[in-house]
Design a protein around this ligand. Sequence first.
Ligand code: MN3
Length: 253
Amino acid sequence: MSEMNRRDLLAAGGVLGGAMALGALNPGRAQGQPMVGDEHAMMKLIPGAVDDEGNWTLPPLGYGYDAVEAAIDAETMRLHHERHHAGYVRGLITAEEKLAEARASGDFALVQHWSDQLAFNGGGHALHCIFWDCMGGEEMGGRPEGALAEAIERDFGSYDGMWGHFAAAAKGVQGSGWGLMVYNFAAGKLQIFQGQNQQLNTMWSMVPLLALDVWEHAYYLRYQNRRGAYVDAFPQVINWRKVGARYAVTAGA
Ligand code: MN3
């Protein structure tokens, strides 16, 4: 890894500790050990999802609710973070508790229900952590740089090609969901997906790098039903350096 990438990673919220190498893909954590330390850098692909003890938690945004007004109003950001995202964290914890109870009792009558809840709320928690991390900071509104910019040219032809595809996908999600630019580690390339709800339309071999929430709760106060205007405003608040930091970890760039 180049010194530039290492610096960018450390700047990306200070979340990506020293051992950034791909060895982090297989941290070999012993049962019961807390999930902390440099060997767990891959966990930081979902920034702030767990606390220092490895428990699911609602992470701070890392900027004020009014910091991304160019695209999203402060009240929407506050409600989205404090209520919607917090609700997914509670739902994720509850689902895990109920599944632990089922294992202890041997009664798996509700395993389908709680597995659905685990996927929905766990997907919601992970994607919101990434969504917040894609925005804000001094660099927001810029363009991809370095290894990520090269990968975008390689896999989409150009930045404009990528953004045109991403925006169309985000605007075209049927109902509630996400626009997602991901790193597909099965093929070693970038792709764009249309997430449905919080957990559907995945290929299981992907790490979201850029995530745009297109549930109505993400934009309705300012934009009402004009999802397209919300998507078109999003580039003004994207922090590509943080997106690039996630790419560097997943691709080993
Ligand atoms: Mn949301």
